[in-house]
Design a protein around this ligand. Structure first.
Ligand code: R5P
Length: 292
């Protein structure tokens, strides 16, 4: 029972101190609603404005990829070093403990396999399940220039509409088909289309020539995709260059979990992303941790 006989008049109004109205730290995200911003702030570290996403969703179209055969054994030990885990609901429910406190980005498009045309995806997860799973964003593949370009774009715009209703951001993942040019011109086109149509942030590949034009012309944050496994120093250099050229983080899979020491590699990537560590110093860190 509140003590209604003893209510004291408030005195600490601090009338001389105006209430602060701070802007949101993420590029292009200031006009979003509180829940949307709160979720983005769980993906992107507010101190650095950047994220290390660990992508382990490969199984949704290619089955047990090398390094992901046993997510319980190979990935769970790394997961606490990531800001975000990007995965499917099947792996989340079956393998990730609910006490896991890092943010989750849920793969919500699918319906294809490596045996057929990959761009023929649909929305494969109901919004209610994303809400139930308390995810911080939903990832949709967008195949600009692909056979099912239009359908994949519409998948994304539908998720933006539905997600906005519940304060859940949509991550557009730009997929590159075998025959598509991987150059800055293509990625400017792909990322800008996704941003114009409402994606809250975008995953795209790094290109040596002109990546800064891709980040500059995209009004929302970009995270760099990892791609095929390359030597550790090359992967760290790619991440470093992407960050220095305007990326707000990385969403890497194989270059982390297929490294000789995945647990050392994720910490080295983290140093590049959050501490602006050079690739050489990050590689030293990798070797030190690996040999421990
Ligand atoms: C990419 O389109 C999918 O999301 C992948 O399953 C994953 O994110 C790729 O990660 P990486 O290329 O770094 O192994």
């Amino acid at each position: 029972m509140p003590d209604i006989d003893d209510i004291k008049e408030g005195k600490k109004y601090c009338c001389d101190i105006p209430q602060e109205c701070e802007g949101f730290f993420l590029k292009g995200s200031n006009s979003m609603d509180w829940g949307m911003k709160n979720r983005l702030a769980r993906i992107f570290n507010p101190k650095t404005g950047r994220t290390v996403m660990l992508a382990i969703d490969h199984g949704y179209f290619q089955g047990p990829t090398t390094g992901l055969e046993r997510i319980d054994l190979n990935i769970l030990p790394l997961a606490p070093y990531a800001d975000t885990l990007m995965l499917t609901r099947g792996i989340l429910r079956s393998t990730v403990p609910p006490a896991f406190s890092q943010s989750i980005v849920l793969r919500v498009s699918g319906g294809t396999s490596i045996l057929k045309e990959l761009s023929n995806e649909e929305i494969a997860v109901d919004i209610e399940d994303s809400i139930r799973l308390n995810v911080c964003a939903m990832a949709v593949q967008v195949f600009i220039g692909g056979k099912y370009e239009r359908e994949s774009i519409i998948n994304m715009t539908k998720m933006v509409d539905i997600g906005t209703r519940y304060g859940i951001p949509t991550l557009a993942v730009t997929a590159v088909g075998k025959d598509m040019a991987r150059d800055a011109r293509y990625f400017r086109l792909a990322t800008r289309i996704c941003a114009e149509l409402g994606a809250h942030y975008i995953k795209t590949y790094y290109v040596e020539d002109g990546f800064e034009t891709v980040t500059a012309s995209c009004p929302v944050p970009i995270v760099m995709a990892g791609g095929k496994k390359i030597p550790e120093l090359d992967a760290l250099t790619m991440a470093y260059n992407a960050i220095q050229q305007g990326a707000s983080g990385v969403d890497m899979g194989r270059n982390i979990f297929q490294a000789d020491s995945p647990i050392a590699m994720i910490q080295a990537v983290k140093a590049v992303v959050h501490d602006d560590e050079t690739p050489e110093k990050a590689l030293d860190l990798y070797n030190t941790l690996k040999n421990r």
